[in-house]
Ligand binder design. Structure first.
Ligand SMILES: [Fe+2]
Length: 201
């Protein structure tokens, strides 16, 4: 095996094991599960891990949704984004209270998935130059929906975990978050397909 191939394989194995790369000069974010050396032994552990992850995801998406609302032009879109932000914050409260009822600190995780989606939203909808307001609104909707779909996947899995674990009260609370998120996403599709995409052509 050549030296360059061996080096490439070592680099790939480091990516695959998802070990956190810590820079001594850079301020690090909240520790990931890897860094905390916690072992995951049951569905309950997966459930709690994902509650904490979704709390962090909601925290990040709420902040950028507020920025998207400020950047939006269409009045109905602004209102929908406000409702979206309110719903995300409600979801945060639910994730926090459920995880705390299981003895976990509600703000102890950092969701790297949503961090990436937030960066996408900032780059494509906020930092980009738009010569037309409808075009920016169309971009805002697509970026919001990417984040909403991440949350829908998260809530859906959590509801299934709670159901399997026999946590009916928690399942219901999570289902309400899922329904609200799904309904907000559907409303965004209706806004886009009902006029904003057409106006942006
Ligand atoms: Fe995540």
């Amino acid at each position: 095996m050549s030296v360059s191939l061996r080096l490439r394989l070592i680099a790939m194995s480091e990516v695959c094991t998802e070990r956190p790369v810590l820079s001594p000069t850079k301020k690090t974010k909240k520790p990931t599960r890897d860094q905390k050396n916690m072992s995951m032994d049951s569905l309950k552990d997966v459930y709690i891990d994902q509650l904490l992850d979704l709390h962090s995801a909601n925290n990040q998406s709420a902040k950028v949704t507020a920025k998207l609302r400020e950047a939006a032009t269409d009045t109905e879109l602004k209102e929908a984004l406000q409702r979206g932000e309110d719903g995300i914050k409600e979801g945060m409260k639910v994730m926090k209270s459920i995880s705390e009822s299981h003895g976990k600190q509600g703000e102890s995780e950092h969701c790297k998935g949503m961090e990436g989606l937030v960066r996408e939203a900032e780059a494509h909808a906020l930092d980009e130059t738009f010569g037309d307001d409808d075009t920016r609104d169309a971009m805002i909707i697509t970026q919001y929906q990417r984040m909403a779909h991440y949350a829908i996947a998260g809530y859906g899995c959590l509801a299934a975990f709670a159901n399997r674990l026999g946590l009916e009260d928690e399942r219901q609370q999570i289902q309400e978050c899922l329904d609200a998120c799904y309904s907000g996403d559907k409303g965004m599709s209706e806004l886009a397909e009902g006029g904003i995409n057409k106006a942006a052509v």
